[in-house]
Design a protein around this ligand. Structure first.
Ligand SMILES: N=c1c2ncn([C@@H]3O[C@H](COP(=O)(O)OP(=O)(O)OP(=O)(O)O)[C@@H](O)[C@H]3O)c2ncn1[C@@H]1O[C@H](COP(=O)(O)O)[C@@H](O)[C@H]1O
Length: 99
């Protein structure tokens, strides 16, 4: 049975925010947030993961699509935190589009 608890999105966002406020060593999230290339490094990763997601869809393998989409969502969340955008703001925008 699929796990329908979506609280991982809030939890993950909170972890990324915490990495921004309280940097720790050997953290992948900190390596992105504090990269010498700035936001460009995060955007690079978002772009790469978007391409990998597209390729996974073209491959037709559901588990690859889930894996690559998870990478994409994770890097998008790092980008939201870097830009000070909350998940609530994204949710509000999506709700506005309801027909
Ligand atoms: N969910 C994730 C997560 N998903 C993907 N990744 C990393 O995202 C990267 C994906 O990039 P690639 O597929 O290109 O793999 P790569 O070969 O490492 O690529 P390069 O970065 O070397 O270019 C990998 O290094 C993965 O480890 C993640 N890293 C961290 N998290 C979460 O973030 C939390 C904090 O992580 P740290 O900041 O590392 O403590 C963790 O507890 C996890 O919950």
């Amino acid at each position: 049975m699929p796990d329908t608890d979506l609280s991982i999105f809030d939890e993950l966002y909170g972890i990324i925010e915490d990495r921004k406020k309280n940097p720790v060593e050997n953290s992948y999230v900190c390596s992105l947030l504090n990269h010498r290339k700035g936001i460009d490094k995060i955007l690079e990763k978002v772009g790469e993961e978007a391409v990998e997601t597209i390729l996974a869809v073209k491959s037709g393998k559901k588990e690859d699509i889930i894996y690559e989409s998870s990478d994409l969502l994770f890097h998008l969340m790092v980008m939201f935190v870097a830009e000070g955008i909350t998940l609530e703001e994204i949710a509000t925008e999506l709700k506005k589009r309801r027909k």
